[in-house]
Design a protein around this ligand. Sequence first.
Ligand SMILES: [Zn+2]
Length: 298
Amino acid sequence: MVFSFCRAAARKAFAHQASSNVAPAAIGISHTVSTCLKEYSHQQRRLFHEKKFEEEDDHTLEKLFVRNRKWVEKTNKEDPTFFKKLAAGQSPDYLYIGCSDSRVSISDLIGIEMGELFVHRNIANLVVSSDVNLLAVMTYAIEHLKVKHILLTGHNDCGGVRAAMKHKDIGPVLDSWVQNIRDVYRLHQEELDAIADDEQRHRRLVELNVAEQCLNLNKTSVVQKRRNETHADPNFSKSYPRVHGLVFDPATGILCKVPTDYKKIASEISDMYELFDEHDFMVHPDYVIGSHDKDETK
Ligand SMILES: [Zn+2]
C-alpha cells in the first residue's frame, strides 16, 4: 500500500519534474517521495537499458539463426542423408586438443566431417595434469569412444604464448595458466634466448610448447593404459592412441607436424613416468610372441 502510494507519487512527481524541470524540493515534495522518485527514475532507466540489450541480443541471435538455416538448407541439398547419419551417433577416430583462438577451426583446416572429431580447446592448447575438464574429455574419448589419434595442435601468433613471453601481470587466473608455458620456456631457455628475432622465438616456443604438451599426454594414466591394452591385443597393428604434435599458421592456413622429436624424448624419460607394468595387462589368448611386431615409430 505504502509502496503503491510511493510509486504513484513518484510517477506523478517524475512527470511533473519532466514537464516543468523544477527540483523536487521546490515543489514541496517530501523527502520520502523524493527518494521514491529517484528510485523510480533509476528503475525506469534500468528497464529501458535491459530492454535495449535484450533487443540487441535477439538481433545477434537472429543473425546466427539465419546463417544456421542457410547452412542446413545447403547441407541437405548436398547430402540429403547427412543429418540422418549425424543423428545416428558419433564414432570419431580423432581427439583434437587445440587453442581456443577463434581463427583456429580444425574441421575447416583438414576438411573433416562432423562426427569425426572429438574436441577440447583451451588457451594455448595446454595439457595440465590438474585440469579435470581436459581429463574428463580425454577419458571419454579414449576409454569410451576409443579414438585412435590425438591431434595436439598449437598455432603461430598465439596470444597465450605471447603473454607467457612478456613480463606483465595479466591477473591471477591467466598468470597461473600461462605459467605452464613459462615453464616450457625455462626448459628450453638456452635455445630460445639464442634466437634474436622476436617472431622467430615466438614460433619456436609455439613448437616446443606443443612438444611438451604431447609429453604431458603420454604421462597420463588414461593414455598409458589404453596404449598398453592395444599393445597386448593382436587385433591392433599399433598401440593406440597415437599422439601427434601439430602447428597451424593462420597467415598461410598450413598445418604441419612439429619438428621436435618428442617421441624420442618420451622414450628417454619413460622410466620416470611409466605407470603400468606389462604384466598389468592380460595378453590376448591369440597372441603369439613375435607374430605381430608393431611398428611404433610412425
Ligand atoms: Zn592460441
